[in-house]
Write a protein that binds this ligand. Structure first.
Ligand code: ADP
Ligand code: MG
Length: 353
């Protein structure tokens, strides 16, 4: 019932706004780790280790050999909207880094306990930094470390009781999603060695994913999924329009071996792993016309001019807008039809038998 007293519209306290938004940037374990891995890639790392304790529930760490963080940035590192990557609004049109909003570290402070160890090539020792819930630097001490950065998050979601309960309840599912996401980065990252380990209880830590960082997408597919899977793939390269192309691999018509829909299907825009529902649907639909028994593997990178796409659509940056989506869909449909059109497909299925 409306009360008699006049309503007052007031600004929400800044700290409260920050707490509200943090839970949108970091949705779950995999989006938290994704932000840290992207920071390592942005820092030019050629070696990245993701170390989980109890599947990430107790703690996760991302250890890189990138540029490190210079001491004059220690105080502002985890403050909201503080970034070294975006200066002015027009920069948003020519982004080449994964990050640009300065939200990840500040959000992780709100949601868990953040510590950072870092050293640049200009320092002879590293510094261990502890931040509080609001992103303020509260402790600093010298430590030994190679050049690079280690970011550690303990007790993710400890500040959000409902999310924390969900997280604990679904830990295996969250972990599976994380491994799939790490596969997405490991496949596309050229010249980056990526390792993920997990340690549960008193057991020794086990390696759950590992690439050599040797180079090509082909090498990465073979390392991660094996030679048999690679042999069932065929390259797909299409020039769509000026400065716009798609490049990667899809299953041969008779030889899909994704176990479920969406399994082993990875899509990228300019090397950034993203969700592409329309393109995913198209690939699966056309594949089904040739082979209704199996699911296709698909690993496709779309190269588009940075001004022709917008990644600043959702807080987790998993969604993209293309300025010319229809042209892309049309070209991809034609390219896939060539591979999966009934005559070719029957031939391939027969051959596979
Ligand atoms: P963004 O990536 O959008 O800039 P983040 O909150 O993820 O925002 O990171 C804030 C800043 O901290 C980055 O702009 C970068 O300068 C620095 N930083 C974070 N992680 C690393 C890292 N692993 N190596 C070097 N610098 C880092
Ligand atoms: Mg970032």
């Amino acid at each position: 019932t409306p009360s008699d007293s006049p309503t007052i519209i007031r600004p929400i306290n800044k700290g409260v706004v920050h707490r509200i938004c943090a839970g949108q940037v970091i949705l779950d374990l995999s989006s938290a780790v994704k932000e840290l891995v992207e920071n390592s890639l942005d820092a030019g790392a050629t070696s990245i280790e993701i170390a989980l304790k109890d599947y990430g529930k107790e703690c996760f760490q991302v250890i890189d050999n990138g540029s490190g963080i210079s001491p004059n940035n220690f105080k502002v590192l985890a403050l909201k909207h503080h970034t070294s990557k975006l200066g002015d609004f027009p920069d948003l049109q020519s982004l080449t880094t994964f990050g640009f909003r300065g939200e990840a570290l500040s959000s992780l402070c709100v949601l868990g306990n953040l510590t950072v160890e870092t050293r640049t090539k200009y320092e002879s020792v590293a510094t261990h930094l502890t931040y509080d819930r609001t992103g303020l630097l509260v402790a600093e001490k010298k430590t030994a470390r190679q050049i690079g950065t280690t970011v550690t998050v303990n007790s993710l979601f400890s500040s959000l009781p409902v999310r924390c309960k969900e997280f604990t309840r679904n830990i295996r599912k969250e972990y599976g999603k994380l491994i799939s996401l790490l596969n997405a980065y490991a496949l596309i990252a050229k010249g980056v060695r990526l390792v993920c380990t997990n340690k549960t209880g008193k057991s020794v830590k086990s390696v759950v994913l590992k690439t050599q960082g040797s180079g090509s997408l082909k090498d990465n597919i073979i390392t991660l999924f094996g030679m048999n899977t690679f042999n069932c793939l065929q390259p797909l390269t299409l020039c769509i329009s000026d400065g716009c192309e798609v490049d990667g691999f899809v299953s041969k018509p008779g030889q899909g071996n994704g176990r479920n829909i969406g399994d082993r299907q990875f899509f990228y825009v300019n090397g950034r792993p993203v969700d592409m529902p329309k393109i995913t649907k198209l690939v699966n639909e056309l594949y089904r016309s040739a082979n209704s028994q199996q699911h296709p593997v698909a690993i496709l990178n779309f190269t588009v001019p940075t001004r022709a796409c917008d990644v600043n659509v959702t807080p987790d940056k998993r969604k993209v807008f293309f300025s010319d989506e229809n042209t892309i869909l049309h070209a991809l449909r034609e390219g896939l039809q060539q591979i999966y059109s009934s005559s070719n497909a029957c031939y391939a299925v027969n051959k596979a038998e």
